[in-house]
Design a protein around this ligand. Structure first.
Ligand code: FUL
Length: 502
């Protein structure tokens, strides 16, 4: 085991152990209270726990305060799907990780058109775009004052171009959101590996975050391949976080451990069926010191901070454009599988579509995206629950079908019936929790009415819900009514905001 892994395992074991002890002590306390223990027994039980009582107080109060999304995160959850653009010298040199020594001359797109990227994003039903403003090779897609390795030094538009300017204008015109990826690891910058680089990174970040309008997300990649050339950077992430929050407080900051949203532990675009939006970050770092991939995949049930998952994946095998991958673009079926296992599990999906050497999205990629959008429209275009009568017991409930995530129904372990005007084929059920107040559901089940046997039959079950859960109903399912019941929760009652049927 490596040192990083060992530290991680140790930290997780300590956390687990502490939680077990606290759980047992809580049980002891509640028994004392329930049995109305006399003063002496009570004090006797409490005394050895005096430190844990303080920790319980701390844990409970942090849990109450921190396990909810901020306003910015709440808006971010609604964005659900957006495109990633990997573009830069690698596009022209045909590699995934540039060395930082590439001549600026290589950057020479012949027909760059950010409006085309935006048109494709719109057609795909994506809400925005995040671009690699600077990848690991250090090349800046804008004429940064803090680097000499930028579009300004390239032949593109005689050094007068600014990709970010063009993209931000195109996004504004199309009503799309904009985000930037700014790699902390930099293989070009002469100051990299010295404390001055932190200052340069802060200046670069500030420049980026103040010149191109509002950003919805800011991306810190955890990848770091610092080589044997002796350059090892000690990043001042605390300062970076502060600056990001100062200059664009509404931008959700992505990294392995947030603070806005988290990496999901893989680059396949998938998150766990059990997906908690909460994560413990104490003692962890970005990159090698990050929580285990499994933890990132599921989140932490009792995690102290709201750091929801974002699934990143490329439509092609590579992140950058490579002509030999033109026939390896994911099909609409593959994209749907990703969608169901990312957005369908309450995460956001960041789908990479790399512009080619002309600076355009290749027709194979845009065709796949258009087909994917059409498939989603066929499957999820009509919400059949809109015409349904929804009831908890005898009470009619309107809030679960009003298409508003702000209204909700507080339910206990009870059936919610959905009665359709007629028997019809059903494929998917979608359910949302009212996450403004946190995430609570641990388990739920779905049953469908069988008219022949005049009884309900199990149709499916799942674990967490969070911002959304899509459940595939049994093949060929047809019915006029079904019911849903939350069977385990972190807190009762749970707050559900929407139920949809497709
Ligand atoms: C990784 C990077 O090393 C890849 O080049 C790509 O940017 C991907 C999204 O993140 O960590």
């Amino acid at each position: 085991m490596e040192l990083g892994e060992l530290k991680r395992a140790w930290h997780e074991a300590v956390l687990k152990h502490e939680k077990e002890i606290l759980g047992l002590e809580m049980d002891l306390l509640s028994i004392c209270v329930r049995n109305r223990a006399n003063y002496f027994t009570f004090v006797q039980t409490l005394y050895p726990m005096r430190f844990s009582i303080f920790s319980i107080f701390l844990i409970v109060s942090t849990a109450l305060i921190a396990q909810r999304p901020t306003e910015a995160q709440l808006r971010w959850h609604e964005h659900e799907f957006y495109l990633f653009l990997h573009f830069g010298p690698n596009t022209f040199t045909n590699v995934e990780w540039g060395h930082g020594t590439e001549a600026e001359d290589v950057f020479q797109p012949s027909a760059l058109d950010c409006k085309q990227w935006c048109r494709v994003a719109k057609a795909a039903g994506a809400k925005g775009l995040i671009i690699t403003a600077k990848h690991h090779d250090g090349f800046c897609l804008w004429p940064s004052a803090f680097s000499k390795h930028t579009v300004r030094e390239s032949p593109w538009k005689n050094g007068q171009g600014d990709v970010l300017q063009e993209l931000s204008e195109a996004c504004r015109e199309e009503g799309l959101l904009l985000g930037f990826y700014l790699s902390p690891w930099d293989r070009n910058h002469p100051q990299y590996g010295t404390p001055e680089y932190n200052e340069i990174y802060v200046q670069t970040m500030t420049e980026l975050m103040t010149q191109y309008g509002d950003l919805f997300e800011f991306w810190w990649d955890g990848a770091n391949g610092e080589g044997p050339n002796g350059k090892k950077q000690v990043y001042d992430f605390r300062r970076f976080e502060k600056v990001a929050a100062q200059v664009q407080s509404q931008a959700v900051v992505f990294s392995d451990i947030g603070p806005g949203c988290r990496w999901v532990g893989n680059e396949n675009g998938l998150v766990g069926e059990t997906n908690w939006c909460t994560l413990d970050t104490a003692g962890f770092k970005r990159g090698l010191g990050a929580p285990s991939n499994d933890t990132l995949f599921h989140g932490n049930y009792n995690g102290a901070a709201w750091i929801p998952a974002e699934c990143d994946v490329s439509i092609r095998p590579g992140w950058f454009y490579h002509p030999e991958e033109d026939n390896k673009v994911k099909t609409k079926e593959q994209l749907l599988h990703i969608w169901l296992n990312s957005v369908g599990h309450g995460a956001n999906l960041l789908l990479n579509v790399p512009p080619d050497r002309r600076g355009l999205i290749h027709p194979n990629d845009s065709a796949a995206l258009v087909e994917f959008a059409a498939l989603r429209k066929t499957l999820f275009g009509t919400n059949l629950a809109k015409a349904a009568t929804v009831k908890t017991g005898k009470n009619r409930v309107e809030t679960l079908t009003d298409a508003l995530t702000t209204t909700f129904e507080a339910v206990e372990n009870q059936w919610i019936q959905i009665e359709l005007p007629a028997e019809q084929p059903l494929k998917y059920l979608q359910i949302k929790e009212h996450i403004a107040n946190g995430q609570s559901v641990r388990q739920f089940e779905v049953e469908g009415w069988n008219a022949a046997t005049q009884s309900y039959e199990p149709w499916g079950a799942s674990t967490t819900i969070g911002s959304r859960k899509i459940v595939a109903l049994p093949e060929g399912a047809t019915s006029s009514k079904l019911r849903v019941r939350v069977t385990a929760a972190k807190r009762w009652p749970v707050e559900l905001s929407e139920i949809s049927l497709y």
